[in-house]
Design a protein around this ligand. Structure first.
Ligand code: CTP
Length: 415
């Protein structure tokens, strides 16, 4: 039985509406209580009775459908009740029209008003014609919904009801139910999450930097920013104010995080120095380019038959500069190494005045750069080294904060 048990299942109007009945059953098999809410057009495809029989509960079909004044009042506030009583809102099939309404906050029926009043986790399983799916308007709406932290269950590819072949078919009900179960687990963990970073301001750098060589070319590295973004998410979850200075990445900023996008090492340095004052913890997860081309040419460099040599200058070492201005802040650096992991991490900790260095061997397969997982060794100022087994970047991020909080306590009690 999942810890989060109440799911509101919104059914949109589309050929795939019948599959929502299978989804309702798959959710109930996993121990969820399911309250079905159908849009007016969904009723054109499936009868509410089907869902009522499956779930054993009255199906909500329409806002303001009541006839008496009393009924009108109770139905006018029922969407608030549904929003409060359920921990997860799943919409399947989510039509292009529904996605547009949700993205822009339109609320003209029971399901869309419930969405606006809802504060829990949202899972959307779209289904529509391939051209409608690919349309920039739909893709832009999806981007907006993703940026709110909603989970989008991508449609499958195949032959659609309209005869077209391509993406647009509702994902399999079993697959959607499995994702809802995972989301439920995450929501339960969040609800019990500790708030030990209340009152802290955490300044985090993430991603690579890009150093221009001319107006169209640049030097960069393979950092995806995933570790830094996971740290930002974990810190925000634990109650901190989070300032995330990020190089160019393709990730969405986690909820409640102040994002400062930068491009070059010089811009990253400036952003860090501008936001250092309120920071009580600084974590430098960014893979800052060590060299850049000073004064890159204004015009594109043309090809010739001759060998081209580039002269590069060192970039400012941001971590070392923060180390010199550290004060009472906890300072964490990262070390990506291909050999002598712990010795190199210790050397960096000393020379950059850090409290902890998170060291990882970048030569390993499946961890580190670009990966969703990592395997690191935490090298502490106290002399301790803590190997952290391979795990998701979000759980490594939590482990880093666990150790930072222990360090904070140790430093306080030593004073
Ligand atoms: N770092 C930084 N500014 C730079 C280079 C690195 O703030 N110009 C920070 C990184 O964010 C990371 C740490 O320094 O937290 C270690 O980076 P790394 O490149 O491994 O260390 P270097 O001192 O550059 O040593 P080397 O390249 O010789 O391994």
């Amino acid at each position: 039985m999942p810890v989060t048990t109440n799911v509101a299942l919104g059914v949109g109007g589309g050929i795939a509406a019948y599959k929502a009945a299978e989804l309702a059953r798959a959710l109930m098999e996993r121990g969820f209580f399911v309250q079905v809410v159908m849009t007016r057009s969904a009723e054109e495809f499936v009868r509410p009775l089907t869902f009522a029989a499956l779930t054993g509960r009255k199906v909500i079909t329409n806002l303001f459908s009541a006839t008496s004044a009393e009924d009108t009042l109770s139905s006018a506030i029922e969407h608030i009740r549904v929003a409060q009583e359920n921990q997860i809102l799943v919409i399947a099939p989510a039509t292009a029209d529904l996605l547009a309404k949700l993205a822009h906050g339109l609320a003209d029926d029971f399901l869309t008003t419930t969405y606006l009043a809802f504060t829990g986790a949202v899972v959307l399983a779209p289904a529509m014609n391939t051209n409608m799916w690919n349309h920039p308007a739909t893709q832009e709406n999806l981007r907006i919904l993703r940026s709110r932290g909603h989970v989008i269950v991508e449609p499958d590819e195949g032959i659609l009801a309209c005869g077209m072949v391509g993406p647009g078919r509702l994902a399999e009900p079993e697959a959607i139910a499995q994702i809802v179960a995972t989301v439920a687990l995450g929501a339960a963990n969040k609800a019990t999450a500790k708030h030990d970073l209340d009152g802290e301001t955490v300044l985090i750098t993430a991603g690579p930097t890009q150093e221009p060589l001319d107006p169209v070319r640049y030097l960069t590295n393979r950092s995806s920013g995933k570790m830094g973004y996971a740290l930002a998410e974990a810190a925000a979850e634990r109650g901190a104010r989070v300032i995330l200075v990020s190089g160019p990445v393709t990730l969405a900023a986690p909820a409640r995080v102040e994002l400062i996008p930068v491009r070059t090492a010089a811009e990253m340095r400036q952003a860090v120095m501008d936001h250092l004052e309120p920071a009580t913890m600084v974590i430098k997860a960014a893979a800052v380019a060590d060299y850049h081309r000073a004064n890159p040419p204004q015009q594109k460099v043309k090809k010739t038959a001759a060998r081209l040599s580039l002269e590069l200058d060192p970039t400012p070492d941001i971590l070392a500069e923060v180390g010199r201005k550290k004060g009472d802040r906890l300072l964490v650096g990262f070390a990506a190494e291909t050999q002598n992991l712990v010795e190199e991490a210790r050397r960096k900790m000393q020379s950059k005045n850090c409290d902890m260095v998170v060291a990882n061997l970048v030569s390993q397969q499946g961890v580190g750069f670009e990966s969703d997982e990592n395997e690191v060794t935490l090298v502490l100022r106290t002399g301790e080294t803590i190997p952290v087994e391979r795990a998701s970047k979000i759980s490594i991020a939590h482990r880093i904060f666990d150790e930072m909080m222990k360090l904070r306590l140790a430093l306080h009690s030593a004073q």
